[in-house]
Unconditional design. Structure first.
Length: 222
């Protein structure tokens, strides 16, 4: 029987807890029915550390808890929520798994932005008509003015946040001795990682400004 990695389970539990807290604290709203929060960024950290399967498990756990405990969007909302979290975390984690460098992380995040945007647009075409009780043609008409920019901004925002918090988060875990030597190697803050964090912060601020100024977005604090 394979020995249970208690440190891994602990870290995944902490990540799930932090992601759920993010859901409780605030979310961004656009267009009256489009919402997103920063839990996808937190869940992606699990995928970068332990691989896409860990990201998938954490994504399902948090979105299911949200569905059961606090969601008002029903099964449709749960499906959309899970697809968003799983797509971002798994795509980024899959690429980073085979290229565990800073460049690999950036490449994984870039592919994740395009991947999650495509996944969510397809989900919007099939699920949104059922959720909002409207014709699919009406949803198609919403793609360019609303759905496409929203999903891109959502993906860019969460991806920039991943690159911003990944190093500090893993350094903290290493100091707390929750990461094994193999998993924590190379997690030192250096000039390149700080530069990446600064660029990520600029991108994040730009995404926020676009969300609020061009799309009429609002932030809902709990």
């Amino acid at each position: 029987m394979k020995k249970i990695n208690t440190k891994k389970l602990t870290v995944m539990g902490v990540i799930c807890a932090l992601a759920f807290i993010c859901v409780l604290l605030f979310r961004f709203e656009v267009g009256g029915f489009l919402t997103f929060d920063i839990k996808d960024a937190v869940l992606t950290i699990a995928s970068l550390i332990y691989g896409p399967l860990a990201g998938l498990i954490c994504s399902f756990t948090v979105t299911f808890l949200e569905f059961v405990l606090i969601s008002d969007t029903g099964v449709y909302g749960f499906i959309m929520n899970f697809l968003s979290s799983a797509a971002l975390s798994c795509i980024a984690g899959l690429i980073y798994k085979y290229r565990r460098t800073m460049l690999g992380a950036v490449i994984g995040i870039v592919f994740a932005v395009f991947g999650v945007t495509a996944v969510m647009l397809l989900a919007n075409l099939f699920i949104t008509p059922l959720f909002l009780n409207m014709e699919r043609s009406a949803v198609v008409g919403m793609i360019l003015p609303l759905l496409l920019p929203f999903n891109i901004i959502k993906a860019v925002f969460n991806s920039a946040l991943v690159l911003l918090i990944y190093k500090p988060f893993t350094v903290t875990l290493k100091k707390a001795k929750l990461l094994d030597v193999e998993g924590s190697a190379g997690y030192k803050l250096n000039f390149k990682s700080v530069l990446l964090m600064v660029i990520s912060l600029i991108v994040l601020i730009g995404a926020l400004l676009f969300l609020f100024l061009n799309m009429g977005g609002t932030i809902d604090l709990f």
